[in-house]
Design a protein around this ligand. Structure first.
Ligand SMILES: [Zn+2]
Length: 89
């Protein structure tokens, strides 16, 4: 039987200078309609705040426009308490 405990972290700062994430956000340029990808594995988050909107910048090569949009980092921890055991067993 699994017993899961989930803790949502409402706020705080993650003390990580470069936080790379396997996220490829697909965007459409509002000016020319070009499909763009914002790769969080290349453009990292720097010292991100939890649940606090952060402005991301993306450049559209097609129409040479600077685009911006908001992202918010959400963090939770899930513990499987049915996995509790003595070390080595
Ligand atoms: Zn464009």
């Amino acid at each position: 039987m699994s017993k899961l405990e989930v803790f949502e972290i409402p706020e705080g700062n993650i003390d990580v200078k470069r936080m790379y994430l396997p996220v490829e956000m697909e965007l459409v340029c509002p000016k020319c309609g070009e499909k763009l990808v914002d790769d969080f594995d290349e453009q990292y988050l720097s010292y991100p705040d939890i649940n606090s909107p952060e402005t991301r910048g993306v450049y559209c090569d097609n129409c040479e426009s600077e685009l911006q949009y908001e992202v918010k980092l959400q963090v939770s921890v899930e513990a499987d308490l049915s996995s509790i055991r003595l070390e080595g067993e």
